[in-house]
Design a protein around this ligand. Sequence first.
Ligand code: COD
Ligand code: ATP
Length: 228
Amino acid sequence: MKKVIGLTGGIASGKSTVVDFLISKGYQVIDADQVVRQLQLPGGKLYEAIVSHFGRDFIDSSGQLDRAKLGKLVFADPNKRQELSTIQDDIIRQELYAQRARLLEKTEIATASGDKKFADHLLMAPSVDEVFFMDIPLLLEYNYTGFDEIWLVYIDETTQLERLMARNHFTKEEAKQRIAAQMPLWKKREVADRILDNSGSIAELEKQVEDALMQLNRKKRGKSNENC
Ligand SMILES: CC(C)(COP(=O)(O)OP(=O)(O)OC[C@H]1O[C@@H](n2cnc3c(N)ncnc32)[C@H](O)[C@@H]1O)[C@@H](O)C(=O)NCCC(=O)NCCS
Ligand SMILES: Nc1ncnc2c1ncn2[C@@H]1O[C@H](COP(=O)(O)OP(=O)(O)OP(=O)(O)O)[C@@H](O)[C@H]1O
């Protein structure tokens, strides 16, 4: 039975950086942010629901959902954020679990080029058909279940603020609003099975991912919850 690892963290803590590394090694990753973006495209399940609730002001001149405008609205107002959540959450959850079920069913041996090379390099790392990852930023806030392990990409608050402001060109105020919309990382630490500390360099982060993969292969399948 394949293992499913839930990967989470805080905004700009480095989840995508970990995902890029895993993908470069041939591992499969379900990316919740990408799933949301897909469903928010014109014709997507979330698009119509959002436009009918929030209005056509949130469609840009090319007919796409104006995500930046919607983001500004919901991160400045917890009530609006709750409304968006009510509209979107079930649809997102269903799609993530459907994708998870498809990957669990897939039995063929993966042939990704990274597989053999990585397995040779790290003798104990699981092969790419033994494990896959689900990158879900709000995994703990929204009580997602069904993981053998939860890995947390952790970062200290000061570095998180700096990286978020630099990446998104946010003011300090905007960045703080987005961080405050999530469960604090110190709290997430208490429930995660493994902490990947990204306060240092990307090379240091990648080394921790390699170690986590090796540890994973040493463990027997544990507490996967099949009820999701
Ligand atoms: C509000 C939206 C339109 C803003 O889009 P924008 O392009 O500015 O941000 P993006 O989608 O790239 O998200 C960046 C990060 O913000 C954080 N984030 C997104 N939504 C939320 C939220 N409702 N509460 C707290 N943090 C959030 C996550 O860490 C995410 O990785 C969009 O984030 C959205 O629809 N969010 C709600 C859907 C959701 O729950 N996404 C997370 C998947 S579990
Ligand atoms: N160790 C590091 N050193 C310096 N910059 C980093 C490091 N890790 C990530 N970054 C940068 O920090 C920013 C946030 O990283 P990343 O996009 O991986 O975070 P994320 O958790 O996926 O964010 P989000 O929740 O918004 O999707 C990016 O600009 C990335 O290039």
